[in-house]
Design a binder for this molecule. Structure first.
Ligand SMILES: [Zn+2]
Length: 111
Protein backbone atom coordinates (compact mmCIF):
# COMPACT_ATOMS: atom_id res chain seq x y z
CA UNK A 1 0.00 0.00 0.00
CA UNK A 2 1.35 3.38 -0.94
CA UNK A 3 1.61 5.79 1.92
CA UNK A 4 2.29 9.35 0.94
CA UNK A 5 5.84 10.43 1.86
CA UNK A 6 4.47 13.71 3.19
CA UNK A 7 2.44 11.89 5.84
CA UNK A 8 5.54 10.09 7.07
CA UNK A 9 7.71 13.22 7.31
CA UNK A 10 4.79 15.00 9.03
CA UNK A 11 4.75 12.27 11.66
CA UNK A 12 8.52 12.59 11.95
CA UNK A 13 8.23 16.31 12.65
CA UNK A 14 5.51 15.64 15.23
CA UNK A 15 7.78 13.08 16.90
CA UNK A 16 10.66 15.58 16.85
CA UNK A 17 8.46 18.29 18.38
CA UNK A 18 7.29 15.86 21.04
CA UNK A 19 10.94 14.93 21.78
CA UNK A 20 11.85 18.61 21.98
CA UNK A 21 9.05 19.41 24.38
CA UNK A 22 9.93 16.36 26.48
CA UNK A 23 13.67 16.85 26.63
CA UNK A 24 13.60 20.63 26.53
CA UNK A 25 15.14 23.16 24.18
CA UNK A 26 17.98 23.90 26.57
CA UNK A 27 19.29 20.40 26.20
CA UNK A 28 18.96 20.61 22.43
CA UNK A 29 20.71 23.99 22.30
CA UNK A 30 23.51 22.69 24.49
CA UNK A 31 24.06 19.61 22.33
CA UNK A 32 23.84 21.77 19.20
CA UNK A 33 26.40 24.16 20.68
CA UNK A 34 28.69 21.21 21.44
CA UNK A 35 28.18 19.88 17.92
CA UNK A 36 28.90 23.26 16.31
CA UNK A 37 31.92 23.77 18.57
CA UNK A 38 33.23 20.34 17.54
CA UNK A 39 32.61 21.09 13.86
CA UNK A 40 34.57 24.34 14.19
CA UNK A 41 37.27 23.17 16.61
CA UNK A 42 38.18 19.84 15.02
CA UNK A 43 39.20 21.32 11.62
CA UNK A 44 40.89 24.25 13.39
CA UNK A 45 42.92 21.87 15.56
CA UNK A 46 43.72 19.76 12.48
CA UNK A 47 44.97 22.86 10.61
CA UNK A 48 47.06 24.02 13.60
CA UNK A 49 48.47 20.53 14.12
CA UNK A 50 49.23 20.27 10.39
CA UNK A 51 51.03 23.62 10.40
CA UNK A 52 52.94 22.63 13.53
CA UNK A 53 53.96 19.32 11.91
CA UNK A 54 54.95 21.17 8.73
CA UNK A 55 57.14 23.61 10.70
CA UNK A 56 58.71 20.77 12.70
CA UNK A 57 59.43 18.62 9.69
CA UNK A 58 60.39 21.07 6.96
CA UNK A 59 63.34 23.37 6.45
CA UNK A 60 63.11 26.64 4.50
CA UNK A 61 66.56 27.89 3.64
CA UNK A 62 68.75 29.06 0.80
CA UNK A 63 70.94 26.64 -1.08
CA UNK A 64 74.62 27.25 -0.16
CA UNK A 65 75.61 26.70 -3.79
CA UNK A 66 73.13 28.77 -5.84
CA UNK A 67 71.39 30.78 -3.05
CA UNK A 68 68.04 29.59 -4.37
CA UNK A 69 65.52 29.35 -1.53
CA UNK A 70 63.34 26.31 -1.19
CA UNK A 71 61.45 24.30 1.39
CA UNK A 72 62.21 20.64 1.92
CA UNK A 73 61.18 17.92 4.30
CA UNK A 74 63.65 17.41 7.09
CA UNK A 75 65.55 14.39 5.89
CA UNK A 76 69.12 13.22 5.87
CA UNK A 77 69.78 14.42 2.35
CA UNK A 78 67.97 16.52 -0.22
CA UNK A 79 68.73 17.73 -3.71
CA UNK A 80 68.44 21.44 -4.50
CA UNK A 81 65.60 21.94 -7.01
CA UNK A 82 67.50 24.85 -8.59
CA UNK A 83 71.00 23.46 -9.17
CA UNK A 84 70.61 19.80 -8.21
CA UNK A 85 73.34 19.96 -5.57
CA UNK A 86 73.15 17.19 -2.97
CA UNK A 87 72.50 18.90 0.37
CA UNK A 88 72.13 17.77 3.92
CA UNK A 89 70.29 19.48 6.79
CA UNK A 90 72.43 20.58 9.72
CA UNK A 91 70.90 22.78 12.45
CA UNK A 92 67.90 23.64 10.25
CA UNK A 93 70.17 24.88 7.45
CA UNK A 94 71.14 23.34 4.15
CA UNK A 95 74.77 22.44 3.86
CA UNK A 96 76.66 20.75 1.05
CA UNK A 97 76.48 17.02 1.32
CA UNK A 98 79.83 15.33 1.30
CA UNK A 99 79.70 11.55 1.47
CA UNK A 100 81.57 10.10 4.47
CA UNK A 101 85.15 9.24 3.73
CA UNK A 102 85.45 11.83 1.00
CA UNK A 103 88.04 14.46 1.70
CA UNK A 104 87.82 17.56 -0.41
CA UNK A 105 91.27 18.33 -1.64
CA UNK A 106 92.06 21.60 -3.28
CA UNK A 107 94.18 21.28 -6.35
CA UNK A 108 97.61 22.62 -5.56
CA UNK A 109 100.08 23.53 -8.17
CA UNK A 110 103.65 22.74 -7.35
CA UNK A 111 106.04 25.35 -8.60
ZN1 LIG B 1 71.11 25.11 -5.38
Amino acid sequence: MGTAPGWRSGLGWLLLLWLLSTLGFGWLLRSLAVLVALLVLVPAIAVVAGQWWWRQNTIADACPMCQGEFTALRSTSVNCPHCGEALTVVDRRFTRYTPPGTIEVEVQTIE
